[in-house]
Design a protein around this ligand. Structure first.
Ligand SMILES: Cc1cc2nc3c(=O)[nH]c(=O)nc-3n(C[C@H](O)[C@H](O)[C@H](O)COP(=O)(O)OP(=O)(O)OC[C@H]3O[C@@H](n4cnc5c(N)ncnc54)[C@H](O)[C@@H]3O)c2cc1C
Length: 408
């Protein structure tokens, strides 16, 4: 480890590794640090990702693909099933990853691009000079270090401290965090070609239960509900109830808990000398909780803007607005829409969900596009058109807020 770099990236998740790789490929001297002793482990993820989107960042490799699914099945509270093809199923359906291997493959690609990586190295604070972030304080094997850099990127996940140290409000209200419990289960009976989503206010209030195939007869079976609906231990109890009913013979071989930001867009993701990426910038999808692709997408943007800033010898917040504007216009609008839909979704009763399920029961959704799905919904359920007027009104409001906040 040196005492000075062009860029330091804190956190070797997908967002951090892609940021570091992008910057190093363009010639920057980059350090990527990870507090855990093993990149990618422990996994806090259902590990589903859209094939096409993923392939834009890394060549698919059987070494980190544990299953390949062809679509999803959504179950309404009364058990009505809607089957959707891959295209319609969103950013979390396609390949089921083995993230322990995947996250390391991304880090290896960063290393191949020239990034220096240090594991078991925790950022403990930021170095500041005349209002600029100019490096980090770090701890490695009981020793404290001060490492300087022109830019710091906080890719330190949902528990991000980097943003807070830089004065960015990254706090999340319980309603804006999805609390998750997940089992890796074996000895279970399910269709390995489909991801399952189970909806219902009793099954998973303000959230859903998922069954994501993992190959060899195993699956990630998990639940995510917003923090305002969960009390101590209640999330696990809901999952246990589902498991008892759906997989009575199932055996749990791994148990994880974790959280995903499902909030409105963060107000600011840059300050002088610093950018936030991925879950640290609340860039996961508020409706689905998916964040792998988004963190890679944002990481690529932050890496590119970091290179431009350093080449221009200007790492001011004003220059880094290029990143802020790009991620908000590329990704932020989708996130805002997802947030609005999530808020509407939270208000649906079991009866509403069943009605929606029934209205699509006889529609062939395998090869439908999203507009096709909406059209099918409208045709079958005219009331929905009327309900959707709120969404369009909310979208306009959000656009106005964004315009006022970042001038895009
Ligand atoms: C139960 C669950 C299921 C999910 N399922 C899916 C899914 O199926 N599909 C999907 O797309 N998304 C899913 N997600 C979300 C997805 O896991 C995240 O959005 C994604 O990992 C975000 O990537 P990231 O790089 O921003 O952060 P992370 O992957 O969280 O990486 C952050 C890294 O920073 C490190 N770090 C933290 N603090 C420090 C520090 N001070 N110093 C050094 N290192 C530090 C952490 O150890 C970690 O390795 C799920 C999340 C949960 C909890």
């Amino acid at each position: 480890m040196k005492d000075r770099y062009d860029m330091i990236v804190v956190g070797a998740g997908p967002g951090g590794s892609i940021t570091a790789k992008t910057a190093a490929k363009a010639g920057l001297d980059v350090l990527l640090i990870e507090k855990r002793q093993q990149i990618g482990d422990p996994v806090r993820c259902a590990e589903g990702v859209n094939k096409e989107l993923l392939s834009t960042y890394i060549k698919p490799d059987p070494a980190w693909i544990s299953a390949d699914v062809i679509g999803s099945r959504i179950f309404s509270p009364d058990g009505t099933m809607i089957e959707m093809g891959e295209k319609l199923s969103g950013a979390e359906v396609g390949y089921m990853l083995e993230r322990k291997v995947f996250d390391r493959a991304l880090a290896r690609e960063a290393a191949n691009a020239g990034v220096e990586i240090m594991v078991k190295t925790r950022a403990t604070g930021l170095l500041m000079n005349e209002g600029y972030v100019c490096g980090i304080k770090a701890q490695h094997m009981g020793n404290n270090y001060e490492i300087k850099s022109k830019i710091v990127v906080g890719a330190d996940g949902i528990e991000s401290k980097v943003g807070r140290w830089a004065g960015i409000d990254t706090s999340l209200k319980p309603i804006d965090v999805c609390t998750c419990v997940q089992y890796l289960m074996t000895n279970i009976d399910f269709d390995p070609e489909f991801c399952e989503f189970h909806l219902g206010t009793e099954i998973a209030p303000s959230g859903y239960i998922w069954v994501f195939p993992k190959g060899n007869g195993s699956a990630n079976v998990g639940i995510g509900i917003t923090g305002d609906k969960s009390t101590n231990g209640s999330v696990k109890k809901l999952l246990d109830k589902f498991v008892e009913r759906r997989f009575p013979e199932g055996i749990i071989i791994e148990f994880i808990v974790g959280g995903v930001p499902v909030s409105r867009n963060i107000k600011r993701a840059v300050v002088n000398g610093l950018m936030l990426v991925g879950d640290a910038a609340h860039q996961s999808d508020p409706l689905t909780g998916g964040g792998i692709i988004n963190s890679m997408w944002a990481g690529e943007m932050a890496g590119r803007v970091g290179v431009k800033a350093i080449n221009a010898n200007d790492v001011s917040a004003e220059f880094l607005q290029k990143y802020e504007k790009e991620w908000r216009s590329e990704l932020g609008r989708d996130l805002s829409l997802s947030y609005i839909v999530k808020e509407r979704f939270r208000k649906l009763t079991d009866e509403d969900l069943n009605t929606l399920g029934h209205s699509l029961e006889s529609v062939d959704l395998k090869n439908l596009s999203l507009p096709g799905l909406l059209w099918a919904l409208f045709k079958a359920n005219k009331k929905l058109l009327w309900d959707l007027r709120h969404i369009f009104k909310d979208i306009k409001e959000i656009k106005d807020i964004e315009k006022a906040e970042v001038g895009i």
